[in-house]
Design a protein around this ligand. Structure first.
Ligand code: FES
Length: 242
């Protein structure tokens, strides 16, 4: 008997026309799947890749033929559809957690602070809080401003002119007499005190950083000038920080 003669033949043989050939032992073990006897390539795919889903698809030879031609496309579609459904499910579950991280309206309102600089006498400073951080607002004297401008061209670790130090967040020039800076040393965050050091400005006693009257770092370990928060003037003397 020549192998392959019996593939796909109809006969009265209760074994579906199967003879002793290379495929017969495998097919004999699965008598309920006539398609497995008819198409060896499909049979192998069914056995190796998709045992469970193949049961329904191989109820008839016609269905099997259709499956043999279309199966990859359908499977791809199922994969894509399953992936898309999974992504939608993850997004639906994750959204409440993401959404709760958005700041509430009252929190956003607190993110900006307004202050009337007219409350600060010349030569004095106040500490206000913006987003929980202390901020110095200093009403500088003409002598402090002059000292800062005189050193604009000096060698500095974090070079900035005095005009740079009072510029508004919108890029417009500020007022030289009012210096607004965060009250945290840029070394490790201590609060400097005014009047110490050799530059007439602030001294951070924690490790000896010295800032001048424009709050620029002049000596000590701090790497940067005191930070100027974003602010704009909303009227003649009222600033909005943040
Ligand atoms: S924290 Fe200011 S010098 Fe270290």
């Amino acid at each position: 008997m020549i192998k392959g003669e019996t593939h796909g033949t109809a006969s009265n043989d209760p074994r579906g026309g199967l003879k002793d050939c290379g495929d017969a032992p495998l097919a004999r073990g699965l008598p309920i799947f006539p398609a497995l006897r008819a198409k060896p390539a499909v049979k192998l795919r069914i056995l190796v890749k998709s045992w469970g889903s193949s049961v329904a698809n191989h109820a008839s030879p016609a269905a099997n033929a259709e499956t043999a031609g279309d199966e990859p496309t359908r499977r791809d579609f199922i994969y894509v559809a399953t992936g898309a459904m999974g992504a939608v499910g993850v997004a639906a579950v994750a959204w409440p957690f993401i959404d709760q991280m958005s700041p509430a309206a009252d929190t956003l309102a607190l993110s900006a602070t307004e202050y009337d600089l007219a409350q600060v006498p010349e030569g004095q400073q106040v500490v206000i809080f913006w987003r929980g951080k202390p901020v110095f607002i200093r009403h500088r004297t003409p002598a402090e401003i002059a000292a800062a401008k005189k050193d604009d061209a000096a060698s500095m670790r974090d070079p900035q002119t005095d005009a740079d130090r009072v510029i508004q967040a919108n890029g417009q020039p500020g007022k030289a007499e009012y210096l607004v800076v965060e009250a945290s040393c840029t070394h490790f965050g201590c609060v400097p005190t005014f009047g110490g050091g050799s530059f007439g400005g602030w001294l951070c006693a924690c490790h000896g950083s010295v800032y001048d009257t424009a709050a620029r770092i002049r000596s000590g370990p701090a790497p940067q000038n005191l930070i100027v928060p974003p602010y704009t003037y909303t009227s003649g003397t009222v600033v909005k920080i943040g």
